[in-house]
Every structure is written in C-alpha cells, then in structure tokens.
Design a protein around this ligand. Structure first.
Ligand code: GDP
Ligand code: ZN
Length: 293
C-alpha cells in the first residue's frame, strides 16, 4: 500500500510527512532516492509506504514540484505573504518589489500585508494605493489591534504559505496573532541576507487548512538570474501593455513611443513602482553581463 502526503520536515535521515487524512508518518528514504540525488525538501508532495504505527515507513517518490526555492529549500509554496510596516521600520519598497518578482517568477501568489496600520493609517493607505496594480492581494493589517486579520486568514486558508520581509515589520507577531503558534517575537526573524549562507532547517506547520513555513527569512538569490528583458513580465502593472508600445519587445526604459512611460506620466501607473523597476532593470542587466565571470 502506498500513500501520498506532504513533507513537513527532514532531519538526521528521517522525514516527517503529513498524510492526506491528517495522520503523521516518520519515514526513511529509499536508497534509490539517495542514489539519484533527489533530495526531498520541505513542501514536497511525496509517495510513501506507511510502515507500522506511523513509524519505519519508506519514502518512495517525490512528485513533480510546482516551484522550488533554494534558500530556504522549500517546494510547492502557494502564497508568499510579503510583509511591510506602515510605521517603524520605514518600508523598504525596493525589497518589497524584489519579493514580488521572486513570487511572480516562481508562480507563487503574492500577498502584501501592510502591518502596523494602527500606528500610521495614512501611510498604510498610501502603500495600498501604490501596490494596488502590482498583482499582489493587498491587506491592511495590525497584529497589535487585530485589524484585517480575519480577511488575511481567509485569503490564506488551505494554502501552503510563508512570510517574508524586513526584520522588525511584525512577521512573527502576525503569525502569532493569526494562528497563536507561539513564535518568538523579535527572535526568529532574520534580515534577508543576500548571498550569505544561512542554512537552517525549515519546517512546515499545518494550520488554517494549509501550512505555514516557520522561517521568515528569504534569500533573493532565487530570482537573481532572470533575463533583464523578462523582468517586465513580473510587473502586472505593465506586463500586458507590450503590444501598445512602439517597439516589441519593449523594456519600457529608453525606447521611444513607450506606452508604459506614457501611463506613468498620466498617473495611471504609480511612478515609484516604475522608477524602482528601472533601478532593478539596470541591476539585472549588469548581473546578466557578468554571469559567466
Ligand atoms: P519580525 O522581525 O518581522 O518577525 O517582527 P516582530 O514580530 O518581531 O515585531 C517587531 C516589533 O514590532 C515587536 O516589538 C512587535 O511587538 C511590534 N509589532 C508587531 N506588529 C505590530 C503592530 O501591528 N502594531 C504595532 N504598533 N507594533 C507591532
Ligand atoms: Zn514600453
């Protein structure tokens, strides 16, 4: 008899799997999987033989992945809760835009949670306006007052999701306020450490009809090697406008007759999002040129 389930954690040669009926199993990996270097990662949908009393089963196969991130190593994430603060610390919009690219380029649903709306409600509305067309579902929330939490929880129901964003914006506070999981506030969050090796085992915690990843630190390395010409595709504000620009394809940069630039001038596309797109486009171009160095 074989079953299917989701890999929640793996340590010391053991794999902890949640079966479809909610039962938990501890498995070993078959040597075939070890030989083929198919390293199972958290979030993998797997096929397994259950063994006795949930112990001593065997992981037989890893099913195809919808997506996979390298740091942390996790597969099949449905939604990324990009968290920012309307108060302190001041929002890092470039980082938010990078996380949107990470989500969009991996076919992960982006959700923007504007936290600490209790401290600066007007800033929260301004952020919501700037990101209204970004493709992210936008929620104005407060882990402190509880504002918007029911709506956010409903949007996350049934999904495997992770929180990402600057340190101090309230990711652990939100996870606690939503789910009461008892994550340590101010402790588990780490700054996004680009390029630095932060290998730390991550775990999926079943909750809210889905699961939440216990690791809010995300490396942006995973989207570093996008072709500069493709960056525009991850901006829903103007991805669809390509045929209306004079040149096709148009990077919406220096090209004449660019419909995106016209819409920015007319106030139809938020200028901040466009200007940071150009900053990122130049960064991606530079990195692309040096990619074989
Ligand atoms: P993380 O680093 O993103 O996990 O952020 P934490 O959850 O550790 O929160 C950082 C600080 O912000 C803590 O002192 C929290 O009490 C505070 N905080 C979190 N959410 C809110 C909120 O909605 N409103 C206010 N006023 N403070 C908050
Ligand atoms: Zn254009």
């Amino acid at each position: 008899m074989t079953l299917e389930g989701t890999l929640l954690a793996g340590y010391g040669g053991f794999y902890y799997v949640l079966g479809q009926d909610g039962a938990r199993f501890t498995l070993h990996a078959q040597s075939k999987i070890r030989r083929e270097k198919l390293k199972p990662i958290v979030g993998d949908k797997v096929r397994f033989e259950p063994g006795q009393n949930g112990e001593d089963g065997w992981l037989i196969a890893i099913l195809p992945r919808a997506n996979r991130l390298v740091r942390p190593a996790v597969a099949n994430i449905d939604a990324l809760v990009i968290t920012c603060s309307a108060g302190v610390p001041e929002m890092d919009r470039l980082l938010t835009d990078r996380l949107l690219i990470l989500a969009n380029s991996n076919r992960i649903e982006p959700i923007l949670a504007i936290n600490k709306s209790d401290t600066e409600p007007e800033t929260a509305s301004e952020i919501a306006r700037e990101y209204a067309l970004s493709g992210a579902k936008v929620f104005t929330v407060s882990a402190a007052s509880g504002e918007g939490l029911d709506e956010l929880k409903r949007a996350l129901h049934g999904k495997t999701h992770a929180f990402a964003g600057q340190s101090g914006v309230g990711k652990s506070s939100l996870i606690n306020a939503l789910y009461g999981l008892g994550f340590e506030v101010g402790d588990i969050s780490r700054k996004i450490e680009r390029g630095r090796h932060t290998t730390r085992a991550c775990t999926l915690v079943p909750i809210n009809g889905g699961a939440v990843l216990d690791t809010p630190g995300f490396s942006l390395m995973d989207s570093d090697m996008i072709e500069p010409e493709k960056l525009r595709l991850y901006y829903p504000e103007f991805a669809f406008l390509n045929n209306e620009c004079y040149f096709t394809p148009c990077c919406h940069d220096r090209e004449p007759g660019c419909e995106v630039k016209r819409r920015v001038e007319d106030g139809l596309i938020p200028r901040g999002r466009y200007e940071r797109y150009i900053t990122l486009l130049n960064e991606y171009r530079e990195r692309w040129q040096k990619r074989y160095d």
